[in-house]
Design a protein around this ligand. Structure first.
Ligand SMILES: *Cc1c(COP(=O)(O)O)cnc(C)c1O
Length: 393
């Protein structure tokens, strides 16, 4: 049996929808992107949503709209995809890393205060693997120090705190539609915004800094006149083929989320008694979106001395799963361990112990809505037998 880490769910609706832009000839950001934005905004409960080419460019638009500049500092979790920190670097500003809580893999909000300086301008919380960061606490800190919040909700689709969806807590929320995420447009992203001025800024910056979109210009009189360009913008426009795909994925979103959640719950049921594997805990009132099902390999309580040995054991386990056709991944990386950040800021692993543990010991299991009982059982059985083999060896 061959089980991938994830699998996109496309059907005849997607197949048909992407042909329409080819037939009409309008293939750049247009009516389908608009439709996708509207469905997305309604789903997450945001007044505005603007599609982009990726979550990375969504984050770039957010920090550019906020006027982030050299000398500014932004708080970033020590465990996240490197793009979260990179967008701060794009603006010449400085990411200040903060360690995580191992139970949730999200930033440890109780450590944020200590990292705030007179230069701190904002917080970039990440809803890692589909679980919201501790937003009530983070909002309190942001208010206390007058900081903005840009949520990296790349993995946050289907993540809620009570009735509030990820991406609606801060000034900006940024989503990803890469195939590793719950719904996909190949590449793609979305910026959710609460206020209309920021929405206009984002829309302008994604389109070279233009005052109006090509579609609006084509539909108006005097379409031969170009708009003005008051900002130095970017070209981060989503194509209408991707917009068509995204719009159809939104119609499927509930089924996708229900399927992912069922299989994640089934992992919790079947794996919770394994004493060598830790599952993450979901705080009361939080709904996990399950972008990924990430566990920690912990046959013993890890420390800095045992870490390398346990890391090797974890890798042996993952190699054995790979040999049996089961794809796994480490949860994500700790940017504090990556060469660029380590050397530029002289970062030391000891200062981010939890992020380092998560980087070295996490195991992501396959998860997708269309999984079968047989596949799910197989993953669990292989996981247990791989561990038994390792102990026997
Ligand atoms: C996937 C991911 C990104 C990047 O998203 P792209 O759409 O590939 O740019 C950023 N941050 C986090 C936490 C992610 O998981």
């Amino acid at each position: 049996m061959k089980i991938p880490i994830t699998k996109a769910w496309f059907g005849p609706e997607e197949m048909r929808a992407i042909q329409i832009p080819l037939e009409t000839g309008w293939v750049v950001q247009g009516p389908f992107v608009r439709e996708f934005e509207q469905k997305f905004a309604a789903y997450v409960g945001s007044p505005f949503a603007a599609a982009t080419t990726s979550c990375t460019t969504a984050l770039h638009l957010a920090v550019a709209s906020l006027g982030l500049k050299p000398g500014d500092e932004v708080l970033v979790p020590a465990l996240t995809w490197v793009a979260t920190a990179n967008v701060v670097e794009y603006m010449g500003a400085t990411p200040v890393f903060c360690d995580i809580d191992l139970n949730t893999f999200n930033v440890d909000a109780s450590q944020l205060d200590a990292r705030i300086t007179p230069r701190t301008v904002g917080i970039l919380p990440v809803h890692l693997f589909g679980l919201c960061a501790d937003m009530p606490r983070i909002l309190e800190i942001a208010r206390k120090y007058g900081l903005w919040i840009v949520e990296d909700a790349a993995c946050g689709f289907g993540a809620w705190i009570g009735k509030r969806h990820a991406g609606t807590f801060g000034e900006f929320g940024c989503f990803s539609f890469h195939p590793r995420k719950a719904i996909t447009t190949g590449e793609g992203g979305m910026v959710t915004v609460r206020n209309s001025a920021f929405d206009a800024k984002v829309r302008s910056l994604r389109d070279h800094g233009a005052t109006k979109s090509d579609l609006a210009r084509h539909q108006a009189k005097a379409s031969f006149l170009l708009s003005d360009y008051p900002h130095v913008g970017f070209n981060y426009r989503m194509t209408d083929l991707q917009g068509a795909l995204g719009s159809m994925q939104m119609d499927r979103a509930d089924s996708i989320q229900m399927g992912r959640t069922n299989w994640a719950n089934a992992y919790h049921e079947k794996l919770r008694d394994l004493d060598w594997l830790r599952l993450s805990t979901i705080p009361t009132g939080f709904t996990h979106g399950y972008q990924s099902f990430v566990t920690r390999f912990e046959p013993e309580s890890p420390n800095f001395h045992s870490l390398n040995r346990l890391h090797e054991q974890r890798n042996t386990l993952m190699a054995s799963l790979e040999d049996h056709g089961v794809a796994t991944r480490q949860g994500t990386h700790a940017p504090v361990l990556l060469e660029y950040y380590r050397t530029k800021y002289g970062l030391r692993a000891e200062d981010y112990p939890n992020a380092v543990l998560a980087d070295r010991l996490s195991i992501t299991l396959p998860l997708y809505a269309q999984m079968t009982d047989e596949e799910h059982d197989y993953v669990c059985e292989r996981l247990v037998s791989a561990r038994k083999l390792a102990i026997a060896a």
